[in-house]
Design a protein around this ligand. Structure first.
Ligand SMILES: NC(=O)c1ccc[n+]([C@@H]2O[C@H](COP(=O)([O-])OP(=O)(O)OC[C@H]3O[C@@H](n4cnc5c(N)ncnc54)[C@H](OP(=O)(O)O)[C@@H]3O)[C@@H](O)[C@H]2O)c1
Length: 424
């Protein structure tokens, strides 16, 4: 029988990865961004491909169903989350020991500054989180696809506070060579004499909602690759470095209330590369964007709890790394950039009317609370801008499911790292 520490060792299995000389990784994904018009064109093409008006109509109905799921089911999920949040807030005075977000100070000394990595730091919540952490004394590595956009954020942060310390580093989470190149640079950076500090925090924030089916060069669905698989591989590669700085080290995964929309029979871990959902073969020509996004976020929660079980709660090791799942609620960012503009505007109006609208700064406070809670706290789901510990759905606490997902992810991770290491 494999013990928890064996499994963790498996996860940490060191690989020799040589340098990926290429930088920037353009064109890894078949199509990076698609406008609403292009999507409409693609929909029409699909209709034509199906060879009938009936096909086009079916596609329109399917697409509308997807958008309705986002407009109605996601709002209901958000409502449910806030009901739980307010119940917990009311109980707060009696349960302070359980639910509290503290401004924990990370280890900092004259010689070493605490350092962190924030993925997707070029926009929205990642940008605000990076700024807040820099103001709290972290050296922040801004990670993202475009160095140009990251440099703009770096300049902004340093204008806000002259003592802020940050740097930009490119990574595309849909490209395994890019992730390996990034982690190699990070390892070299922290092992060098002029290391900017000790890596104590990894914030897996980057995310997308792709509106049409697109594949990475390794045949993974782009939403699943950006939101889950890429972060799994990144964590796998950086965990040994974080463990060196344990016990004061943490991983924060950005998750979403939308995971509440899923039932057990809708997901299929063996279909991880295809988006992780159960699909009847006849439906394959349709792209269920909402379900795939929800599944990627559900998987991140399952991954957070499984990593917590393997690397924190079930081990006596000194190198225990704390893991948190942070859910900001709804925040007005660029996340819906591929969704039709009318729906985005409508959702902003509805959210404002329901008083559930948040600025990116308010949304990022849940992430900062999760990141700065005392390190002994691990395996928690932090919701909302006061950083309360809430409950995700019962599905996310299913240990059997967590194990299956871990094994499937480990399989893909090993295969892809081996494949790409060969070419270095
Ligand atoms: N906004 C919300 O209401 C909400 C709610 C719950 C959870 N979340 C989660 O919060 C996280 C941040 O989203 P956001 O709302 O701040 O959206 P956003 O403004 O669109 O930011 C997403 C960030 O992810 C980066 N990114 C996307 N694909 C990437 C890739 N393949 N490799 C590296 N970076 C990539 C983007 O970089 P580029 O600049 O290169 O595009 C951007 O910096 C996401 O994981 C999202 O699921 C958001």
């Amino acid at each position: 029988m494999t013990t928890a520490s064996d499994s963790l060792q498996m996860f940490q299995h060191h690989r020799t990865i040589s340098v990926c000389k290429n930088r920037g990784w353009p064109g890894r994904v078949q199509a990076m961004e698609t406008s609403s018009e292009e999507q409409a064109g693609a929909a029409q093409q699909r209709g034509t491909k199906m060879g009938s008006e009936d096909g086009a109509r079916k596609w329109d109905v399917f697409r509308l169903g997807n958008l309705l799921r986002m407009a109605v089911v996601w709002i209901l999920c958000l409502f449910y989350s806030y009901i739980q949040y307010h119940v917990i807030r009311l109980q707060l005075p009696h349960r302070k020991h359980e639910f509290q977000s503290l401004n924990f100070r990370f280890r900092s000394s004259q010689e070493s500054k605490p350092a962190c990595i924030v993925t997707g730091a070029s926009s929205g919540l990642g940008r605000e989180t990076a700024s807040a952490l820099a103001q709290r004394g972290f050296h922040v590595i801004l990670a993202g696809r475009s160095l140009e956009r990251l440099e703009v954020v770096r300049a902004e942060i340093q204008t806000q506070s002259s003592s802020a310390s940050c740097q930009a580093l490119a990574v595309d989470l849909t490209s395994v060579p890019s992730i390996l190149s990034f982690t190699r640079t990070v390892k070299e950076l922290f092992e060098s004499h002029d290391s900017p500090g000790t890596l104590q925090l990894l914030v897996n924030n980057a995310g997308v909602i792709a509106a049409s089916q697109r594949w990475t060069e390794d045949d993974c669905d782009v939403t699943m690759a950006s939101n889950y698989i890429g972060h799994y591989i990144l964590t796998h590669e950086l965990l040994p470095l974080l463990q060196k700085n344990a016990p004061q080290a943490r991983i924060v995964n950005l998750v979403s209330f939308t995971h509440r929309a899923l039932q057990r029979d809708q997901i299929d871990v063996s279909q991880l590369r295809n988006g992780g959902i159960q699909q009847k073969p006849a439906d394959r020509s349709y792209y269920p964007l909402a379900k795939i996004y929800e599944t990627s976020k559900l998987f991140l929660i399952l991954f957070s709890y499984e990593l917590h079980r393997r690397g924190f709660s079930n081990t006596e090791h000194k190198d225990r790394v704390s893991v948190m799942a942070a859910d900001p609620g709804f925040a007005s960012t660029n996340l819906l950039r591929e969704v039709p503009n009318w729906l985005v505007q409508l959702s902003f109006i509805v959210m404002r009317l329901l008083r559930l609208w948040q600025s990116p700064t308010a949304g990022a406070s849940s992430v900062v609370a999760a990141a700065t809670a005392p390190w002994e706290v691990s395996g928690k789901y932090v919701f909302g801008n006061q950083g309360l510990f809430c409950k995700s759905t019962s599905l996310t606490y299913d240990e059997q499911l967590g194990r299956s997902l871990w094994e499937a992810s480990e399989g893909i991770c090993t295969e892809l790292i081996d494949k790409h290491s060969k070419y270095d």
